[in-house]
Design a protein around this ligand. Structure first.
Ligand SMILES: Cc1cc2nc3c(=O)[nH]c(=O)nc-3n(C[C@H](O)[C@H](O)[C@H](O)COP(=O)(O)OP(=O)(O)OC[C@H]3O[C@@H](n4cnc5c(N)ncnc54)[C@H](O)[C@@H]3O)c2cc1C
Length: 457
C-alpha cells in the first residue's frame, strides 16, 4: 500500500498515476487542493493569491486539458509595475520608457557597465544533483563555494546598479524580508529574463513589443477559481482513496508508520509526503537529532493576502496584477482577479488582492496590514474610496516561499537521502522545499509514481 500525505496537486497527481495500486491519500483539510483551493464568499472568488497555470510539458498539458475539456481560458499576460508614480509594463528591464529620464539613464548606464564584465555574468551556479535516480525533483546544488555569486551579486552582474536600485533590490527585499546577499544565486534566476542591450535600449525609448519572461501566456479556469483543477483530479479517483479531515501528527519512517490525530496508525510499503519538510522533520520520531537540527535551519517567508471585494469597475481595467517595489507600501504585488475572468466578482464589482510578505516573528498583525493596505491602495489610485469595499477577507499562507540560502543547500541532500532510504519520498513544493509551480507539483507526483513502478529508472 502507498500512503500519500497531503491532497494538494502533488498528492493528487501521485494517486492518479498509481490508479492500479492500493493507495490512500490523507488530507488534514476538509477539501482537496492545498494551495490550489479557492474561497467563495458574497459572489467573489479568491485563490490563495493569483494561481495561473503554465503547462510547458506536453504530456501534462494533454492530461490536464483532457481531464477538463474546454474548462480553461487561454490568457495573455497583462502585468505591470508601479514605480516612480507611473505604471510600466512587466518586465521592468525592457520597459522603462514611461519612467523619469534620470531613472532611465541610471538603468541604461548601469546595464551597459555590466556588458564590460561579461565574465561576471557567466559565473554559473553548480548544477543541482538528485539524491536518487528516478526522482529528478529531489535535486539540489552543492553548498555554495567561495566566490559563487549570491542573489544580490547576480542582480548587479546581470542588470547593473540602476535596475538594481529602481526595481530588483526593493522588490525582492520586500518579498524575501532579508539582505539579498543571504539569498543564493540558484534562486530562480531562470525566471527573471536577462535581455540583450538592444531590448533594453528599445525599452527605454519606446517600450518593448516582445513577449519576455516565462509566463507571457497561461491558462485559468473560465468558470473562476483554480480549485477546479484539484477538484477535477479528485473526481477522477475512487472516492475511498481520499480521506479528508485527517491530520498526520507523527511518522516512524523506519517502520513506515503514520499516526493520525486521534491516535489511529497506518502502515505502508511506501509513503509519499507533501507535508512541509521542516514540519515533517519535527514529527518524524526516528529522525537523528543531527538531521533534526539541520532541518530546523530551513527558512521560509509567509504571505498575508488582503482580499477585497470592491464596488465599481477596476481603475486599470485590463491589468491582471501589478508589482509594487516601493518600500513605503506594505504589499509587493496587487492582483486583480476579475481581469482573468469576470466570474471572479459579482456584476458591477471587482476584487483587489494585496500580497504582503512577512516573517512569523516580525509582523504587525492582520488588522494593521489591512489598514496599511487600504491606505496604500488609495495612494496608488487602485481604490477610489474605502466606502467601495463591500467584502474583506484576510488569508495567511504560513509557509509560502522557501528561502534559498546556503543552509538549504547543506540540509536538503542529507534529509532527502535519509527519507528515501526508508521509502518515505518527499515531493511537491514544500515536501521538496523548493520554488515550484503547479505544473511542477503535478510532475513530482507523476515521477514518484514512475519511481514506485520502476525504482531503478
Ligand atoms: C503566493 C503563491 C502564489 C502562487 N502562484 C502560482 C502560480 O501563479 N502558478 C503556479 O503554477 N504556481 C503558483 N504557486 C505555487 C503552487 O501553489 C504550488 O506549487 C502547488 O500548489 C503546490 O502543491 P503541492 O501539492 O506541492 O503542495 P500543497 O498545495 O501545499 O499541498 C500539501 C497538502 O498537504 C496537506 N497537509 C499538510 N500537512 C498535513 C498533515 N500534517 N496531515 C495531512 N495533510 C497535511 C495540506 O493541507 C495540503 O493540502 C504559488 C504559490 C504561492 C505561495
Amino acid at each position: 500500500m502507498v500512503l500519500i500525505l497531503g491532497a494538494g496537486l502533488a498528492g493528487l497527481s501521485a494517486a492518479f498515476h498509481l490508479d492500479d495500486r492500493d493507495v490512500l491519500v490523507v488530507e488534514r483539510e476538509n477539501e482537496v487542493g492545498g494551495l490550489c483551493r479557492s474561497i467563495r464568499e458574497q459572489g467573489f472568488t479568491f485563490d490563495y493569491t493569483g494561481h495561473l497555470l503554465h503547462l510547458r510539458d506536453a504530456d501534462i498539458r494533454q492530461w490536464i486539458e483532457g481531464l477538463m475539456p474546454g474548462a480553461f481560458a487561454h490568457l495573455e499576460r497583462s502585468a505591470w509595475i508601479h514605480s516612480h508614480d507611473v505604471l510600466t509594463p512587466y518586465p521592468f528591464q525592457v520597459n522603462t520608457s514611461n519612467l523619469p529620464l534620470a531613472v532611465r539613464l541610471e538603468c541604461l548606464t548601469g546595464f551597459i557597465e555590466t556588458l564590460r564584465h561579461p565574465e561576471r555574468r557567466a559565473i554559473p551556479v553548480p548544477d543541482a544533483v538528485s539524491v536518487e535516480p528516478g526522482l529528478p525533483h529531489l535535486a539540489v546544488a552543492p553548498p555554495p563555494a567561495e566566490g559563487e555569486p549570491n542573489f544580490l551579486d547576480w542582480i548587479h552582474d546581470s542588470f547593473g546598479a540602476g535596475f538594481a536600485q529602481h526595481f530588483f533590490v526593493p522588490y525582492n527585499g520586500k518579498l524575501w524580508r532579508r539582505d539579498l546577499a543571504q539569498v543564493t544565486g540558484d534562486w530562480v534566476s531562470w525566471s527573471i529574463p536577462r535581455p540583450e542591450l538592444s531590448d533594453v535600449l528599445r525599452g527605454a525609448i519606446t517600450g518593448s513589443d516582445k513577449a519576455f519572461g516565462y509566463n507571457p501566456q497561461f491558462l485559468y479556469p473560465a468558470a473562476g477559481g483554480i480549485d477546479h483543477l484539484p477538484r477535477a483530479l479528485a473526481a477522477a479517483l475512487p472516492a475511498d482513496r481520499i480521506r479528508l479531515d485527517t491530520s498526520v501528527v507523527s511518522l516512524d519512517a523506519g517502520a513506515r508508520r503514520a499516526t493520525f490525530a486521534g491516535g489511529e496508525t497506518h502502515d505502508a510499503e511506501t509513503i509519499l509526503t507533501s507535508i512541509p519538510l521542516p514540519t515533517l522533520a519535527r514529527m518524524t520520531t526516528d529522525l537523528p537529532d543531527a538531521l533534526r537540527d539541520t532541518a530546523a535551519e530551513l527558512s521560509h517567508v509567509s504571505i498575508r493576502a488582503v482580499n477585497l471585494g470592491v464596488r465599481g469597475e477596476a481603475a486599470h481595467a485590463d491589468a491582471q496584477w501589478i508589482y509594487v517595489p516601493e518600500p513605503r507600501l506594505p504589499f509587493h504585488r496587487v492582483g486583480l482577479p476579475a481581469a482573468l475572468t469576470p466570474a471572479m466578482a459579482p456584476p458591477g464589482h471587482h476584487a483587489l488582492v494585496a500580497e504582503i510578505a512577512y516573517l512569523p516573528d516580525d509582523e504587525p498583525g492582520a488588522e494593521a496590514h489591512l489598514q496599511q493596505t487600504i491606505d496604500g491602495l488609495l495612494e496608488l489610485g487602485l481604490l477610489r474610496s474605502p466606502d467601495d469595499i463591500v467584502h474583506t477577507r484576510v488569508v495567511d499562507i504560513p509557509e509560502a516561499y522557501v528561502v534559498f540560502d546556503s543552509a538549504r543547500r547543506r540540509a536538503l541532500p542529507e534529509l532527502f537521502r535519509w527519507y528515501v532510504q526508508r521509502r518515505v519520498v518527499p515531493m511537491g513544493r514544500y515536501g521538496s522545499w523548493d520554488y515550484t509551480s503547479m505544473e511542477d507539483s503535478l510532475r513530482h507526483g507523476r515521477s514518484v509514481a514512475g519511481w514506485i513502478r520502476e525504482p531503478t529508472s
